[in-house]
Design a protein around this ligand. Structure first.
Ligand SMILES: [Fe+2]
Length: 437
């Protein structure tokens, strides 16, 4: 690439304020106080909940406490304790202990409160509701890549999303949560941006290419992925906590690891789709089946996985990676839309500030550029309501999917009439001399 092209590309895609420093980037040193508290499901969401958090290495014995939540503060006296599993993670002054507990034998559809800590140093009490044991309505938020300038510019997306959908039952993160897999300060920014949201609403994260680092010639999962999360280990061997599934109130949510061993995951994927008693099925992974940007095709992934999504009529595939917005369904060869009324709906989205160009040929029904987004998806019996919203809370895309006995889902397009947001019609960048480009 010629140097001038490289400079132009960097200007075009580089996040704003790249040289500014936020507290997390300067100081992500652990202390005795629990931080990076995150709620996940590693087991059945009706009866279990898993919590992971960080302290400095002076905390060697940590625990979680849980009680049924009550309007009387006396609920705290009814709490029971669970001893934490503790593992050491070493990186100079950021060396930390990561602790985790899995609360078991919880009652379904019940509001609980928990806290984590040790001796006299504790977190807040965080409230969450266990899943209903029967199929029931639910709502979740889905984010594409957060990745860059997290505290500066991703925080607004997650905050707006949760104010929009305050009763969301879980949040899907479709990879590239951070930019540099092993950079502790970036993870600090990710956790600090969500703060109590991560502790209260369960996260379902899937790893992106930026959660991988080069180790000689091989690429490996971030050394901070598994310490940070407590996720199901029900996936294929060698894909612990990256390929897994969770059943929630009549839906199966599947995370695939699109970074490695795509073929290897196929027999497992086929099994969890074949033996699926749930009405709705969502699959999330990072690299899209149909790319939304030119020159980023994932042909081998499409050939390995799409026939299985078709065979088992997966309802939605939620992806990231291309730093644009695209939504389409029943796609033929990757460049044309055959029939937009049926078939798996594929979405590519982006929640952070880094933005690319949309590909020229169109498989997508609705596309977008230069826009930070979040998605809110509500399932209510036979109907799914989907909204893509911008980081400033404007409706950008919408549709309903309706289950039809023995037939593919019916898609009712509810996209707003507003033109697609493209580089040409959205806010330009301005430099310090007021020059617009
Ligand atoms: Fe990315």
């Amino acid at each position: 690439m010629r140097p001038i092209c490289l400079i132009l590309l960097l200007l075009f895609t580089a996040p704003a304020y790249a040289n500014e420093h936020y507290r997390a980037a300067v100081d992500s040193i652990p202390s005795k106080i629990p931080d990076r508290i995150v709620l996940n499901w590693s087991g059945d969401p009706t009866t279990t909940a898993s919590i992971t958090w960080r302290t400095d290495t002076s905390i060697t014995q940590a625990e979680g406490q849980i009680a049924e939540a009550n309007a009387s503060a006396n609920f705290t006296t009814w709490a029971r304790s669970e001893t934490a599993r503790t593992e050491k993670w070493e990186q100079n002054k950021n060396t930390a202990h990561f602790h985790s507990v899995t609360f078991k034998d919880l009652k379904p559809n019940t509001l609980y409160a928990y806290r984590v800590g040790s001796d006299k140093i504790w977190s807040s009490w965080y409230q969450f509701r266990t899943a209903s044991a029967e199929p029931d309505d639910f709502t979740f938020i889905y984010f594409g890549d957060a990745q860059n300038n997290l505290l500066a510019l991703w925080a607004r997306t997650i905050r707006t999303a949760v104010l929009d959908a305050p009763h969301a039952d879980f949040i899907i993160h479709a990879g590239d949560l951070v930019n540099r897999a092993n950079r502790d300060s970036e993870w600090q920014e990710w956790f600090e941006s969500g703060d109590w949201i991560h502790a209260k609403i369960p996260s379902i994260p899937t790893p992106g290419n930026h959660e991988y680092y080069k180790n000689g010639v091989t690429r490996r999962l971030s050394v901070l992925w598994r310490p940070h999360f407590t996720l199901p280990e029900n996936g294929p061997k060698d894909f612990a906590e990256t390929t897994y599934y969770t059943d929630y109130q009549g839906a199966r949510i599947i995370s695939l690891n699109s970074n490695e061993g795509r073929e290897e995951q196929v027999p497992w994927l086929e099994q969890v789709l074949k033996n699926n008693p749930n009405k709705w099925t969502f699959v999330t992974f990072h690299h899209p089946v149909y790319s939304a940007s030119d020159g980023r095709d994932n042909k081998d992934l499409r050939e390995a996985w799409k026939p299985i999504f078709d065979k088992y009529a997966v309802d939605m595939v939620l992806q990231g990676h291309d730093h644009t917005y695209a939504r389409g369904n029943n796609i033929g060869n990757g460049v044309t839309v055959r029939d937009t009324t049926k078939g798996t709906v594929y979405v590519v989205s982006v929640s952070g500030p880094k933005q690319y160009k949309l590909r020229k040929d169109r498989w997508m029904t609705r596309g977008g550029e230069n826009t930070q987004l979040y998605q809110v998806i509500t399932v209510s019996d036979d109907t799914l309501h989907y909204r893509a919203m911008t980081a400033v809370g404007e409706l950008y895309d919408a549709f309903d999917l309706v289950k039809q006995m023995g037939k593919p889902n019916k898609l009712i397009d509810r996209a707003p009439q507003s033109p697609e947001r493209r580089w040409e019609n959205t806010l330009e960048k301005k430099d310090k001399d007021d020059k617009v480009f």
